[in-house]
Design a binder for this molecule. Structure first.
Ligand code: ADP
Ligand code: G3P
Length: 498
């Protein structure tokens, strides 16, 4: 056994694998995109076999690039797109349906029905979540309702449910481990985050048999050993966390009041609230940040469904840019006198509105509006939405988020223009770290410190380093006018019943 750590980061559009050496430096990277399946409007699926193959391919490439064999790995850490549901046959390991992805809105009606029955308060009190199709519970119920005989088979213990971490652990260990971690469990609508246990009452309402649920462990724990055939050696899996929680760890947000925001396909801001399970008055989520040594640390989370995805829309839908990095060059050329707003509700609006029915809209166009104003509106939308989340967080947690510096990561933060605009719109500094692979780093840290080859919490927090701090520069009157224009645009976009 050597001292390298392999982090598997299974994301919404691609799988990445990163080999870190003992000094926490990146030694090898493998990455592969896989197909997005859109069977109907608002539905999003992945083929679990595509997920699996892209993970194994990426892991092998990362090892090759690092110039090491799997026998030199001390451990593996897994982090993953959260909430996405996979159901498979316990005997054959074959999925019975495509994975239903977190972005999928097919259970909007079911959620409304549960709300009409007055059940939202119960779900929120126990899980910290809301009755929104985003979360796993109603997606799992949908699969059980729509695949022939699934519910009976599940009750007989013949089927397994998992978020993507559980599916990967199961496959990697040849079906010997059926496990998840507390952060992934906390996104399912079936897990009581106070008692840290699957909740029988909620399972009853969703009609989900407990026999199909994995055992829940700490984020740094023994998750089994990989079969030799996959990577060439048996390697222990010692760390697991949902990707946003892993990024919180990778950004070393270990103290209450520390906050990170990740700008990938969507944007997810997490504020560490320590041992306080803070209920939200502003429709944020109360969730598990991490569970280590049996001790749970909580977070408030704001989830925005469209961030970098709006840039992809500029590129693939409107075709006004060739690559994502061109978005900021174009935005910088926009006419400052044109107040054009994009409310990117392509799949509804997430926090703090939670409006599944809202659809995207553009406001303020004139004959002079062109690609540059569209690009600026798409990038600014991410900044305005972050401001909305931070306002909601300040309302919920009064222990002093005011002077917290936001730590940012994810693909979009490569854009200096967007980060400067973010600081301007927030009227607060924004810190970009030197290591942008914070999600993988978080998963690697969980596994590495458990394996005894990486530093402890204080050590990893000390090694967090800033690449650049963006300080607000915008004139106050300009900022106020822009924020007022955004709020008006959102108000006009919300659906009638929201
Ligand atoms: N320079 C850039 N400017 C703006 N957006 C960018 C830039 N580079 C990447 N992106 C956006 O970031 C996203 C990719 O980020 P990533 O963290 O890899 O996402 P995910 O993990 O969700 O797949 C894409 O949506 C892409 O459009
Ligand atoms: O795959 P990402 O990075 O877009 O993250 C997805 C989130 O985990 C969804 O909750």
């Amino acid at each position: 056994m050597g001292g390298y750590i392999l982090a598997i980061d299974q994301g919404t559009t691609s799988s990445r694998a990163i080999v870190f050496d003992e000094s926490q430096k990146v030694a090898g990277v493998g990455q592969r995109e896989f197909p997005q399946i859109f069977p109907r409007s608002g539905w999003v699926e992945h083929n679990p076999e595509d997920i699996w193959e892209s993970v194994i391919w990426s892991a092998r490439v990362a090892l090759e690039q690092a110039g090491i064999g799997a026998s030199e790995l001390a451990a593996i850490g897994i982090t993953n797109q959260r909430e996405t549901v996979v159901v498979w046959d316990r005997d054959t390991g074959r999925p019975i349906h495509n994975a239903v992805v977190w972005q999928d809105r097919r259970t909007a009606e079911r959620c409304d029905e549960l709300k009409r029955q007055g059940l939202e308060e119960l779900f929120t009190r126990k899980t910290g979540l809301l009755l929104d199709p985003y979360f796993s519970g109603t997606k799992l119920a949908w699969i059980l309702d729509h695949v022939d005989g699934a519910r009976e088979r599940a009750a007989r213990g013949e089927l397994c449910f998992g978020t993507v971490d559980t599916f990967l652990i199961w496959r990697l260990t040849g079906g010997r481990s059926f496990l998840t971690d507390a952060t992934n469990a906390s996104r399912t609508l079936m897990f009581d985050i106070a008692t840290n246990a699957w909740d029988d009452e909620l399972l009853g309402i969703l009609d989900v048999p407990k026999a199909m649920l994995p055992e829940v462990r700490d984020c740094a724990a023994d998750f089994g050993v990989t079969e030799r055939s996959h990577l060439g050696a048996e390697v222990p899996i010692l760390g697991v966390a949902g990707d946003q929680q892993a990024a919180t760890i990778g950004q070393a947000c270990f103290e209450p009041g520390m906050m990170k925001s990740t700008y990938g396909t969507g944007c997810f801001a997490l504020l560490n609230t320590g041992k306080d399970r803070v209920p939200s008055k502003n429709r944020l989520l109360t969730t598990i940040a991490y569970r280590l040594d049996g001790e749970t640390t909580y977070a408030l989370e704001g989830s925005i469904f469209i961030a970098g995805a709006a840039v992809q829309w500029l590129r693939d839908g409107l075709k006004i840019i060739g690559t994502a990095s061109e978005a900021s060059e174009l935005a910088a050329k926009a006419d400052p006198m044109q107040a054009v707003y994009l409310v990117p509700a392509f799949t509804g609006l997430g926090a703090p509105h939670w409006d599944a029915e809202a659809r995207a809209a553009i406001y303020g166009m004139t004959r002079g509006t062109g690609p540059a104003e569209f690009a600026r509106a798409a990038l600014e939308a991410v900044c305005f939405q972050t401001r909305d989340l931070l306002e909601a967080m300040r309302g919920d947690w009064t222990n002093g988020t005011g002077d917290t510096v936001l730590r940012v990561d994810g693909g979009m933060v490569a854009s200096d223009w967007t980060m400067q605009r973010l600081a301007d719109i927030l009227d607060a500094p924004v810190d970009r770290p030197t290591i942008l692979e914070t999600t993988a780093l978080g998963a690697a840290w969980l596994a590495g410190q458990r394996a005894g080859v990486w530093p402890d919490r204080e050590g990893i927090a000390r090694s967090w380093a800033r690449d650049r701090r963006f300080e607000p520069q915008m004139d106050e009157a300009v900022r106020q006018a822009k924020v007022a224009g955004w709020k008006d645009a959102v108000r006009r976009t919300l659906s009638a019943d929201c």
